[in-house]
Design a binder for this molecule. Structure first.
Ligand SMILES: [Zn+2]
Length: 456
């Protein structure tokens, strides 16, 4: 007979590296029978009002409870050599593993997730959360969101399937699930623990050093941990975390630095799990030019024109189609003439199609002054106007100890010393970059011209 431990934890939140356990419930099942144990745990931090009302475990209740360090060796002995059974096992397992690690104890166990077990045994049902299982199998509820009560529910579920499903089906399901590590065992959790709790970028690499994902956060460790604990029901997230073999990180001075670095790395590495920023050869904008009869609109492409220094550009679009769609919308909102702004071809002197429907105010046939028409066009475009690069050369934004160097809305890199700056100035490629532009637009007031003479 397999020696099992049905485990449920209550915690102060969803992130194993940051949040703490407030209650442990364990049911041991083996040849000697069934033994239940539970204890409140003093999390040594405040429990939020939301969690208090969810679990019913209040700050007062845990004030006098033992801390995890007081219980660690006892809990370890109970779980040692048993299969760790839990609902969303990865969550509880990661929490316990992390808590043990803080006490210098390396805990590991085979895990069996009852969500996955239920999914395997009852594939016809879409939902497998605990409330659903209670209803589906008529489980007896003594409490909810308390550790022992929830552990009892998954134990009852286990008993239920023993009574209703052939033993060999159960065993083959269990075998398949045990064979699949529920926390990525190839990831050394001490490696995650070694990540800094500061702003920056992290990179996941898979088999053969394949770049899988680049992410950013103001707290690298917390964010990386959440890939392995929170949101375990997301299939995409699960597949990513299973593929990770190595984690790299780069600290930045703050959030803007992290955003800029993330965008640059995604472009450079093209990681398989980032929504691909397709190589944007078609990046375009609406350009307004003056002709003798009035303003003209046309689509201009970033690879043909320097968007950082050209004035009279409006909007950034991934494709010409999107640009024309935006222009059409503005034309309709402002009763513009689609023939004049180039959306429609008509013979000179004939009314445009919109005029016949009274949607154009008639600039095409002289019923409206061209100047009035053009003024409305500029009003419609106003919000989309692209800011030209406001400096003659490179500029920087100071964030923490880091200087973020920018030129022509292109991110050149970050510098912590003058030597770094010169290195970045050498052979720089300062072409308009839409991600950098968008990231910096909100904070462009913090940009300062780079105070170096001789930079050109
Ligand atoms: Zn018209």
């Amino acid at each position: 007979m397999q020696r099992l431990a049905f485990v449920d934890l209550e915690t102060t939140g969803a992130t194993a590296s940051l949040d703490s356990i407030t209650e442990i419930g364990i049911i041991l099942v083996d040849e000697h029978g069934v033994e239940e144990w539970s204890s409140l745990v003093n999390p040594e931090t405040r429990i939020s009002g939301f969690i208090e009302s969810l679990t019913g475990i209040s700050n007062e209740m845990v004030a006098e409870a033992p801390r995890f360090c007081d219980l660690a060796s006892r809990v370890y002995k109970m779980l040692e050599g048993r299969i760790f059974v839990a609902h969303n096992a990865r969550f509880d397992y990661a929490f316990l593993k992390q808590s043990f690690l803080r006490e210098g104890i390396d805990f590991s166990a085979k895990t069996l997730c009852t969500v996955k077990l239920s999914r395997r045994l009852y594939p016809g049902y879409p939902k497998h959360n605990l409330d659903t299982l209670i209803e589906r199998h008529g489980l007896k509820v003594t409490g909810r969101h308390r550790a022992l009560a929830d552990a009892q529910l998954i134990h009852q579920f286990w008993e239920k399937i023993q009574a209703t499903i052939p033993q060999e089906s159960i065993q083959s399901a269990v075998k398949a699930l045990l064979g699949r590590p529920s926390t990525p065992t190839h990831i050394d959790l001490t490696m995650i623990d070694g990540l800094p709790e500061s702003p920056g970028v992290y990179l996941f690499y898979g088999e053969n050093e394949l770049p899988l994902y680049v992410g950013k956060s103001v707290n690298i460790r917390q964010r990386v941990m959440s890939h392995f604990t929170a949101d375990v029901t997301s299939a995409k997230e699960m597949s990513l975390s299973q593929q990770v073999r190595r984690i790299e990180h780069i600290r930045t001075g703050g959030e803007i630095g992290a955003l800029l670095k993330e965008a640059a790395l995604v472009k450079k590495l093209q990681p398989t799990h980032n929504r691909q920023l397709r190589r944007n050869n078609e990046l375009c904008s609406i350009q307004i030019k003056e002709a003798s009869e009035g303003l003209q609109a046309n689509v201009a492409y970033a690879n043909e024109l320097d968007f950082a220094t050209t004035s009279n550009l409006y909007g950034l679009f991934k494709t010409k189609r999107e640009a024309l769609k935006a222009l059409t919308k503005i034309a309709e909102e402002h009763s513009l003439c689609k023939a004049i702004i180039g959306l429609e071809k008509v013979k000179a002197g004939s009314p445009c199609f919109g005029r016949q429907l009274k949607k154009c105010r008639g600039a095409c046939i002289g019923d409206e002054a061209r100047l009035a028409h053009d003024a409305r066009l500029l009003t419609g475009l106003f919000k989309l106007k692209i800011r030209t690069w406001p400096f003659d050369g490179p500029a920087y934004l100071q964030e923490g100890e880091e200087m973020l160097l920018i030129e022509n809305w292109a991110y050149l890199g970050s510098a912590r010393s003058e030597a770094d700056i010169w290195k970045l100035m050498d052979g720089r490629d300062a072409c308009f970059d839409k991600d950098t532009y968008r990231i910096l637009l909100a904070t462009s007031g913090r940009l300062q011209p780079l105070p170096l003479s001789g930079v050109s």
